[in-house]
Design a protein around this ligand. Sequence first.
Ligand code: F6P
Length: 324
Amino acid sequence: MKKIAVFTSGGDSPGMNACIRAVVRTAIYKGLEVYGISRGYEGMIDGDIKRMHSHSVSNIVQRGGTILKSARSMEFRTPEGRKKAYDNLTKLGIEGIVAIGGDGTFTGAKVFFEEFGIPTIGCPGTIDNDLYGTDYTIGFDTAVNTALEAIDKIRDTAAAHDRIFFIEVMGRDAGFIAVESGIGGGAEFVMVPETKTDLNNVVKSLKNLRKTKTSSIIVVAEGDDEGNAETIMKKVKEKIKDSHKEFKVTTLGHIQRGGNPTARDRVLASRCGMAAVEGLLLGHQYHMAGVMNQEVVYTPFADCIGKTKPLIKDHLKLIEILSI
Ligand code: F6P
């Protein structure tokens, strides 16, 4: 293998730049030519592919976002789009790809590999932490800390006004950000897509808590089965029938996707980027390079997207016990 390409795709996550840097520099170190594809699969289809050098990735290790830009491509879902992408890669003689992204990115990579056979290694770049085959994903730690900082600030004003706050964090299908920011921020409740939310129980507990607390923080993952934070707040308000209590909603939104990556994310990104290039040279063909129990592991794309990563067992219990 002499030439490889790297791209970022799907929702960006802090640490993607550190990962690109690691891929580019490891490739050069190993004597490979390396190319950067802009805007994920969109750029692959448009032929937006440029040679990268060591200096192309200078001064980016600390930056959020992605210098290669990201996109969610509809055209890549079509066989015609994928054929265009393949033609652009073969024109340049690219024999291996590093795909940095989440489950959507790896679903595309799997289909592309099955059709055209270009070896592709994934790096887990998503704030959601919802990929099987790695303990943590690149960007998760930064996103949790961003959410936590916001929760701490909201707690101050919640306490000052004796209010109940519903704080919505990202996570359409996974509650990792909600759970970890909830534990760190001392939330009274955390609502996540993985478990059934029992609003009657929440109302009962909120009434009980009034004996000891004047304000409460409820962290809601956007994909909770009872709805988003606004919907849940309205349902709880309706059930609680307490006209003296004020309910407020804060949606943290895309603030969780930006910012300088934490040290943990930079290290994870650098390890995965290096492992991706090494994986290609070792002959892995459709795997994600992740880190589990401190070790680099290569997991087939089919497992990364097909198997569900469960929430850490005791975390929900921990929130319940510590909120009394
Ligand atoms: O997958 C990452 C993620 O940030 C999710 O947590 C969120 O639901 C989604 O992306 C938002 O996507 P977009 O930026 O396209 O609105």
